[in-house]
Design a protein around this ligand. Sequence first.
Ligand code: NAP
Ligand code: MG
Length: 472
Amino acid sequence: MRDYQKFYIDGKWVDPVEPKTANVINPATEEVSGRISMASLPDVEKAVQAARKAFASWSQTTREQRLEILLAIQAEYAKRQNEIGEAITEEMGAPKALGNGFHVGLGGGHIAAAIESLKTFKFEELRGNTLIHRVPIGVCAMITPWNWPMNQVAVKVLPALATGCTMVLKPPQLAPYSAQIFAEVLDKAGVPAGVFNMLQGSGAVVGAALSAHPEVDLVSITGSEAVGVEIAKAAAPTVKRVCQELGGKSAFIVLDDADLAKNVASATSGMMVNSGQTCSAGSRLLVPKKRMAEAIEAARKAANEVTVGDPLGNFAMGPMVSKTQFNEVQRYINIGIEEGAELIAGGPGRPDGISKGYFCKPTVFAKVSNQSKIAREEIFGPVLVIIGYDDIDDAVAIANDSDFGLAGYVNGADRELCNKVAKRLRTGWVSINGGFDFQAPFGGMKKSGNGREWGEFGFHEYVEIQALLGYA
Ligand code: NAP
Ligand code: MG
């Protein structure tokens, strides 16, 4: 049982002003795995004031001073990574190989990328006689989701630290453990008091109060569209910057010259990673209509090969994060059936032989219309829809016919053609034949948000531009 009852404020672990706790459920067992304290408004006030006070000195530190702290964080993170992996498995059900692997690796990758970016980031740039001066925006509120919990904390905290901002983090109630250990890492690494603060609690109370707080200069949210909108509304009267990293319904286009079976198989198993709880998941698989039968065979086989079970065992897929999320996925699977899509793998209910835990079946629908609900709404579960296209123009049109614009995937043999197709997608991030880069800006267009995180581009969210005319 984990017992995390203190908040990290002004460089110390402190008790909540008004004691209140909440249980955290292990989604694989449905049992209580620990508890956290739930912050109230006086805690928010203390954390914001600590961040405000620390901003005066932290904003004046040199690049070298901050680099030293980031390197210390990197060293400390490396020491704690197994614990962080275990925490992620316990809090959100990631299979242990995934928790200790990609989950922890993403956090480490963002730390390394921030270190690299900080070495060369242009805080000052002379243009004619004018100095373009990039200064930290101030006190930042960070509100993060449960699906890639360490990734999303690291991708906000590191660039904020690197640019000289101070901050208050509110991790998700459902997955609070990895953030707790991360706060310990920052404490050990010698981040000065008040620069980083963390409160556990609900979005409705803590998230909303941070968003509306007049002493908060920026709020960065990774989460659902609905919450992103609420935060923007709450933030509006104080004219703070709002960075939104929201949902997606991304197209994975397999071009006609690609090895179809191989690409469909990897797109299908890729969709099931993290139980499909990935904002950038390629959840709409677009294949040439004339090759739909071939695609169905490959997807069915790949989905049926995805093993599901205890995250502590050797299974590819664990449970959904929560009962709510399990029910949502079940609801969408039933909608898909009602809409008349062809169910080719998985379906409603838990996998055979599993009677406890929020486990779903890796599910694939084929011959899906892009106008159907299961093609338009973000399911956030292990449900792939396969849509046929006539030609490249049709594939691009289908891909772009979405309220979201987060990610895209283009796979094919002809690199030039892939690149051309990728450029036509109205999404912030496109992976061509599996391309991946920690320095590539990550974020969405349309209802997927307005922010760009990762690497150097992530720094720009946390700086204000000051123009000093007649400087030179
Ligand atoms: P969520 O329900 O939107 O919650 C995200 C965070 O916002 C949580 O910490 C939540 O607190 C908090 N929150 C809730 N209501 C709030 C309010 N009124 N004011 C301020 N904060 C509030 O999202 P989720 O269910 O955790 O995560 C899934 C969603 O995140 C999906 O839509 C997914 O696509 C998106 N996502 C996007 C990206 C990206 O980079 N674009 C990455 C990952 C996930 P609680 O702890 O109380 O819930
Ligand atoms: Mg939620």
